[in-house]
Design a protein around this ligand. Sequence first.
Ligand code: GRF
Length: 216
Amino acid sequence: MAKLKIGVLISGRGSNLQALIDTCSTPDFPAEIVLVLSNIHGVMGLERAAKAEIPTAVIDYTEFESREAFDQEMSEVLEAGGVEFVFMAGFLRLLSDPFVERWYDRLVNIHPSLLPAFKGLNVHPRIIEEGARFSGCTVHFVRPALDDGPIIVQACVPVHQDDTPDVLAARVLEQEHVIYPMALKLIAERRVRVADELAVIEDPTYPSQSLINPAN
Ligand code: GRF
């Protein structure tokens, strides 16, 4: 089977991008990253892509008069680059409905909480303020509503009483770098399908549908 051609959307540091790059570099991996697209110039993720000799593009959203026009340009650049499936990795722009429709079930995101809890930005201080005992991260298909859509993979981590937001973020990020490659592998092997707005994983060896609990 041909390798699935992946585009990755970034806005910054790109540590999740790096995890995806590293995974794709394993022999016979069923996906390849064909384009990394940033909405901001000069970010570290672009350097990571260049180092891995992956084509990059920057589309500066300040040059577009509307969200729809910016998103249209993104779609065209992704398609011109041969992208079949899009991974958002720290992409800090809300997407317009037409973009989500165009990439429906071919667009995933990673979010640093156990969705559907704690949607939106700045999750870790809120999780600590609420006294949650567990947090984690979620890979999900993207839908028009923010941080909504069928859940593919989750990992959970404990929240300790003396955690600061930064300490908790680091614990969660470590798991992000485990589950995003895992989701990529499942998707590239065509083992994920959406039925009744739930992501179904066709893999009898896969643990408890979609949960890794590092505490086990
Ligand atoms: C991650 O925490 C991700 O879950 C969130 O944005 C952050 C991006 O980090 N969507 P990085 O750019 O991948 O290092």
